[in-house]
Design a protein around this ligand. Structure first.
Ligand SMILES: NC(=O)c1ccc[n+]([C@@H]2O[C@H](COP(=O)([O-])OP(=O)(O)OC[C@H]3O[C@@H](n4cnc5c(N)ncnc54)[C@H](O)[C@@H]3O)[C@@H](O)[C@H]2O)c1
Length: 439
């Protein structure tokens, strides 16, 4: 069985199925199409599937032309029919792994997908979990569900974990250019998964087990969360003693070894850094341990929006204005620069805090024309307002929450009365600096 799949991969005749066609799944399809594979994409969201079938992209950095061409040529078959999973030789799972309301891992989507895969599993298929999760998920959650098929892992089907390291909005790295860590449940599964990815990505990093690969991804994201928390805390301290933290970091990063620059901001955003470390804390609690770095980093990072609003309040106060009834324009609701993804964006927390203080709010984001209704945020439906001279002049305060490259910061500062800059986005602005407050 393994031999047949090995041959199919070697000859690029294996059909690669990706389950979950979101920010991770769609770029992965692109990497496999570029490597010469035929691909299938599965998603329970039939609106997404219809868009793809119609040649339309819903992700900024994936072009509609590319989708249209691949769908027409049959290199990419999008479908909402999960029964068709049996047609793919390899199934790569890229579904969401959020937190529950009590901040515990919510594996609902992974479990649903594993059940769907089990229902149509056939001998010779390779299943790889890519969703970010805690060490043990592939073996303890996915494998038992696949076992329901009656097939045996290692002889009938194969199972591995390989974390996705997609960095949306980063033009220097696409899915195919990022080394891929691969850990199989057994040696055969490891070998097959390595062979498959070796064709589509620049470099394979084999590890000894699924658990090591799972832990690797969480380590990477925890490392970022902890370091961002450290510079966020230093930002508040340095600000109090009149030192610009961004200037300090720019100086420190000239050290050619032993220092990597992380930057402060208005709070963590996105689907990974604010969430994944808590998957590890949950495992730690199960083993009677605490992950103190993760908890402290979480506390500092989640308190950043309050700090920004406090600084904004002080700056308005200097001008004799309260936040109440002040016109405040928030620039950027995507969670980071140059992406169209607003999930877990700190901008929503900032806007909620400002709304509570009765500010008169509006927002602009060239990548997010309509503010989507977010499950955990109580904000009215809004549309991005045009960023004109008149809009800026009408504001009491402009709050830069996301430093999109599309913004003309000279223009923004030039026409605003007060600018609160949480990203050091205005660092090159020469005139009107007296109107800028970093926060
Ligand atoms: N977005 C990132 O930058 C990034 C980077 C690295 C890793 N990850 C991880 O990758 C995983 C996916 O993240 P994403 O950002 O692509 O999520 P996403 O929400 O953009 O996409 C997930 C897709 O899965 C679909 N889906 C849900 N349940 C399904 C099911 N049972 N069957 C088929 N499709 C289903 C959803 O409809 C959605 O389209 C998560 O674990 C995330 O932590 C994300």
């Amino acid at each position: 069985m393994a031999h047949d799949l090995e041959k199919a991969i070697r000859e690029k005749k294996a059909v690669v199925g990706v389950i979950g066609l979101g920010y991770v799944g769609l770029p992965l399809i692109r990497a496999f199409v570029a490597a010469g594979y035929r691909t299938m994409g599965f998603d329970v969201d039939s609106t997404k599937v219809e868009k793809l079938l119609d040649g339309q992209s819903y992700i900024g950095h994936i072009s509609s032309e590319w989708i249209s061409e691949c769908v027409k040529s049959g290199k990419f078959i999008p479908t909402a029919d999960m029964q068709r999973m049996t047609e793919a030789d390899c199934l790569l799972i890229c579904v969401p792994t959020p937190l529950s309301d009590s901040r515990d891992p919510d594996l609902y989507y992974v479990e649903q997908t594993a059940k769907q895969a089990a229902a149509t599993l056939r001998p010779g298929q390779l299943v790889v979990l890519e969703s970010t999760t805690y060490p043990g998920t592939t073996r303890d959650v996915v494998l038992p569900l696949l076992n329901e098929s009656g097939l045996k892992v290692g002889t009938d089907f194969y199972l591995a974990y390989s974390p996705e390291r997609e960095d949306p909005g980063n033009p220097n790295f696409t899915a195919s250019g990022i080394p891929k860590v691969v850990g199989g449940i057994d040696d055969v599964s490891s070998k097959l998964a390595q062979m498959l990815y070796a064709d589509a990505v620049v470099n394979i990093v084999p590890v000894s087990s699924c658990e090591v690969a799972e832990a690797c991804k969480i380590l990477e994201n925890t490392y970022r969360s902890v370091n961002i928390a450290m510079v966020n805390e230093l930002k508040m301290l340095f600000d109090r003693i009149g030192i610009d933290v961004w200037e300090v970091i720019d100086a420190a990063k000239t050290k050619p070894f032993g220092f990597q620059a992380f930057y402060p901001g208005p709070g963590l955003g996105g689907h990974c850094i604010p969430i994944d470390p808590f998957y590890l804390s949950w495992v730690a609690r199960k083993h009677g341990m605490a992950t103190r770095f993760i908890e402290v980093a979480g506390e500092i990072n989640t308190s950043m929006p309050q700090y920004v609003v406090q600084r904004l309040g002080e700056a308005l106060n200097e001008q004799g204005k309260p936040i109440n009834a002040s016109k405040i324009l928030v620039l950027g609701i995507a969670y980071k620069k140059d992406v169209d993804d607003p999930r877990e964006s700190p901008s929503f927390v900032l806007m909620e805090l400002l709304q509570k203080a009765k500010a008169n709010l509006s927002y602009n984001d060239p990548h997010v024309p309509n503010m989507p209704k977010m499950r955990h945020h109580d904000l009215p439906a809004m549309e991005s307002v045009p960023l004109t001279e008149a809009t800026l002049k009408a504001q009491d305060c402009v709050l830069i929450a996301t430093d999109h490259s599309a913004y003309d910061y000279d223009f923004i500062v030039n026409h605003s009365r007060l600018v609160i800059d949480t990203r050091n986005a205005t660092k090159n602005v020469k005139s009107g600096r007296e109107r800028i407050r970093k926060a």
